[in-house]
Write a protein that binds this ligand. Structure first.
Ligand code: IFM
Length: 442
C-alpha cells in the first residue's frame, strides 16, 4: 500500500512543507538534566498512567538525538516540529540552564545544517513543578513567567528557528489537566478549567509579544487541537447540545484569538466557572499570528443530556484507532473549510495528524497498512479543503516515532517509526517508508 494523490494536487507541490513531530516530555528522558515538571509528579501518582510508566527514559532522545536527526533526514522531510522543555531551559530563579540551552542549540544547528526547518513549540505541557506549587495555570502570574521564558529563549536561539508555536493544544492543558483531571496536574472541577484556559491564552498573547519582538523573521503562532462536534440526530435538542459542546471544547480556544471574545456560552456558565478577565486581556490574547497550527485526529458525537447539557456518545460500529477514536476524515475537510469561513485566518499548518494502531513488530518489520490508510484518507481530506480555498502550507505526521503517550504510557504507538524500548532501536514502519516515498516523489 502506497500513499498517493492526483498529480495536480496542491499536496504534490515542492513548496508544501512535510514534517514529523514530537514533544520534549514524550521523547527526551534524562530527568537529571532538568527540573521536575508536572508530568513527573503525575506519573509518580499511583493509578494515573495506565502502564505505571514515566518519562525517565522515554526514547532516550537526549542521548540519541544525533542519530534521531539522521533518521529524520532519512525520511526526506522538510521540517521537524519538536518542543523545548521549560524545566530544562530555565532554572527556578529564572536564569538560563546552560546545559539545556547547549542541547537545543546543537539540535537546532544540526537541523539547519541538514536543511530541515525547525518548528519549535515552547510549551507542550511540561510545566515546571515549582510553578504548579504556586498555582500553575490557575495563577495568573504563570502567564508572565511564560513570557519571560519565551523572551529569554527566543533571544538565545537567535535566527535558528523557522517557526515558533507558543503553546500546543491549550484545550488539553486546561480541560484535561485542570477540569477532567486525566492529565497533569490532575485537578478536577468545573471551577478550574476555564480559568486555566484564560491564563494559558494570556500566556500565548504575552509570549507572542516577546517572539515578534525578538524573532520577527520566524513564523510565530499557536497550535490548537480541534475535535469537531456532530449532533447524534437532527433533533433540535441534540443540535443545541452539540453547539454547546463545540463552544466549550473548540471555539473557546480559537475565538478569543481572532474575535477578542469568548463564545456566547460564557454568558450562561456559572459565576464560579467564569475566568477573571482583566481590562486589556483580550487584546493581548488576540495578537496577530503568522500561522495557526491545527491538530486533527477525530470527531465527537453529542446528544442532549438534562444534567450536563451534553453527553458524548462513544463510537459504535464505526472504524476506530487503538485510542478508540473514530476514523472520520470528512470532519477534517469540514473543520478547515468552516474555520476558513468564520475567521480571517493566517497561513495554516497541520501540525499534528496520525493514529495509534495495533502495530505488530515481526521479523524486524512493522507492516502498518492501517496507518497508511489513515494517512491516505486524511491527506485526501486535506487536499479537498485546499481545493476549497483553505490556505494550508504544511503537514506534520504525529509522530516521528513511538513515544510516551501521556496517560496511556507506552501502550499506544503513534510513530511512523517503531521504537523497541528494550534496546532503543528505531525501525521505520511501512507507513514511514510510504511517507518518505510520497514526499520524495512530489
Ligand atoms: O501525543 C499527543 C500529543 O502530545 C498532542 N496531540 C495529540 C497526540 C496524540 O494523543
Amino acid at each position: 500500500m502506497k500513499l498517493n494523490l492526483a498529480p495536480n494536487s496542491a499536496l504534490k507541490s515542492k513548496d508544501f512543507t512535510y514534517g514529523v513531530a514530537t514533544a520534549s516530555f514524550q521523547i527526551e528522558g534524562n530527568l537529571e538534566g532538568r527540573l521536575p515538571c508536572i508530568w513527573d509528579t503525575f506519573c509518580g501518582t499511583p493509578g494515573k498512567i495506565k502502564d505505571g510508566s514515566n518519562g525517565e527514559i522515554a526514547c532516550d532522545h537526549i542521548r540519541l538525538w544525533e542519530q534521531d536527526i539522521d533518521l529524520i533526514e532519512s525520511l526526506g522531510v522538510d521540517a521537524y516540529r519538536f518542543s523545548v522543555s521549560w524545566p530544562r531551559l530555565i532554572n527556578q530563579d529564572g536564569s538560563l540552564n546552560d546545559k539545556g540551552l547547549d542541547f537545543y542549540l546543537a539540535l537546532l544547528d544540526r537541523l539547519n545544517q541538514k536543511n530541515i526547518k525547525p518548528f519549535v513549540t515552547l510549551y507542550h505541557w511540561d510545566l515546571p513543578q515549582y510553578l504548579e506549587d504556586i498555582g500553575g495555570w490557575l495563577n495568573r502570574d504563570t502567564a508572565y513567567r511564560f513570557q519571560d521564558y519565551a523572551d529569554i529563549v527566543s533571544r538565545k536561539f537567535g535566527d535558528r528557528v523557522f517557526s515558533y508555536a507558543t503553546l500546543n493544544e491549550p484545550f488539553c492543558s486546561a480541560y484535561l489537566g485542570y477540569e477532567a483531571g486525566i492529565h497533569a496536574p490532575g485537578k478536577i472541577g468545573k471551577q478550574f478549567g476555564k480559568k486555566a484556559a484564560h491564563h494559558l491564552l494570556l500566556a500565548h498573547g504575552l509570549g507572542m509579544q516577546a517572539l515578534q519582538q525578538n524573532s520577527p523573521n520566524s513564523k510565530n503562532g499557536i497550535v490548537l487541537n480541534f475535535t469537531p462536534a456532530y449532533p447524534e440526530t437532527g433533533k433540535e435538542e441534540d443540535v443545541v447540545a452539540c453547539e454547546w459542546a463545540n463552544q466549550n471544547f473548540n471555539d473557546w480556544y480559537i475565538k478569543p484569538l481572532f474575535d477578542k471574545s469568548y463564545p456566547p456560552i460564557i454568558e450562561e456558565i456559572s459565576e464560579e466557572e467564569r475566568p477573571q478577565i482583566k481590562d486589556g486581556d483580550m487584546e493581548i490574547i488576540a495578537q496577530p499570528l503568522d500561522f495557526l497550527g491545527v491538530n486533527f485526529y477525530t470527531r465527537a458525537v453529542y446528544r442532549a443530556d438534562k444534567e450536563n447539557r451534553f453527553k458524548e456518545i462513544p463510537p459504535q460500529n464505526v472504524p476506530v484507532t487503538e485510542m478508540g477514536w473514530e476514523i472520520y476524515p470528512q470532519a477534517f475537510t469540514n473543520l478547515l473549510t468552516s474555520l476558513n469561513h468564520r475567521y480571517a485566518l493566517p497561513e495554516i499548518y497541520i501540525t499534528e495528524n496520525g493514529s495509534a494502531m495495533n502495530d505488530a513488530f515481526i521479523d524486524g518489520e512493522v507492516n502498518d497498512v492501517d496507518r497508511i490508510e489513515y494517512l491516505q484518507a486524511h491527506l485526501e481530506a486535506l487536499d479537498q479543503a485546499i481545493a476549497q480555498g483553505v490556505n494550508v502550507k504544511g503537514y506534520f505526521a504525529w509522530s516521528l516515532m513511538d513515544n510516551f503517550e501521556w496517560a496511556e504510557g507506552y501502550l499506544k504507538r503513534f510513530g511512523i517509526v517503531y521504537v523497541d524500548y528494550l534496546n532503543q532501536q528505531r525501525i521505520i514502519k511501512l507507513s514511514g517508508k510510504s511517507y518518505r516515498d510520497f514526499i520524495s516523489n512530489r
